[in-house]
Design a protein around this ligand. Sequence first.
Ligand code: TYM
Length: 347
Amino acid sequence: MSEPVQTPQTFTPRIFSGIQPSGGLTLGNYLGALKRFVEKQGQGIETIYCLVDMHAITVWQDPEKLRQQTREGAAAFIAAGIDPARSILFNQSQVTAHAELAWIFNCVARMGWMGRMTQWKDKTAGKNAEAESLGLFAYPALMAADILAYKTTHVPVGEDQKQHLELTRDIAAKFNHDYKVNFFPITEPVIEGAATRVMSLRDGSKKMSKSDPSDQSRINLTDSAEAIAAKIRKAKTDPEPLPETLEGLKDRPEARNLVNIYAGLAGRTAEDVVAEFAGAQFGSFKPRLADLAVSVLAPITTEMNRLMADPAEIDRILGEGAARADAISRPILEQVYDIVGMVRSRR
Ligand code: TYM
């Protein structure tokens, strides 16, 4: 006999988020995600952070590099301020509830929902979609599983993940409706701060991304102080000085991006930054931005390098985090199996 399934009307607040170890992390990942993950610690809400290695293999990854990047990602989390004693930090493949729940969500989500995802459309634009992996298409169902395996209520992310979180809400609602339960929470995306969408340094209409072929387009968390300063010096701008108000940056995406980056790094609002630099030329603003970027990122890079010298310790931390993540997600998954009608006699 299975236990009756609880159907709470309210859910204990819990924060979960993830980053793909499909390349080195960028300033976009730092400002849009990592820095904010750190801010969420110690606010009395459980925080769970994950290197989503199973998402990474939706496009081919060199196995040795993937392992290296997963460890490097973990080092970046810790160097940026994630404390493995206060947050749960692990890599996705070590907690099998993610893949198991993803299968169930593959059966809840509809093909049409996946086909409408703009990331799927962007990644297949101009390419033969038929030749992409099935995993790349189903990717948002795995993301929903990451989140809902912990009955997560809040997910801090950058702007580009908003649609995937709406899909997560749709999957939770359809599951609850189809099985007549109030089992999964309807998760809230948390998209906040001045730098929720950091753009390429070469093209203000493109997101800063680890997959951009041009290294000049992004700042990597592993860049040296010299490289960071050089990339900011060469960042595309326009000949106008900084305006008096944000309104003046409306049709100046590159200028707006540098102001947002400054604000994100300084923990200030973009309005505030524009007010301080009103009338300044980029020739004087860029060195100030470079100094700020180096002062924030250099200590993180140094600490990452120190941590990377001891990969066994990183693996130990990830293993311990995985055991804690498993202890939360396994009972939730068992309840899901009961709800959908699987015989569970092997306990
Ligand atoms: P990923 O690995 O592409 O990015 C990780 C986080 O960094 C944010 N981000 C940015 N924020 C601002 N400006 C940018 N240029 C920028 N680039 C990336 C992303 O919004 C994200 O918050 N599908 C997710 C990973 C994932 C996940 C999850 C996230 C898998 N499962 C569950 C949250 C909850 C992704 O590919 O992120």
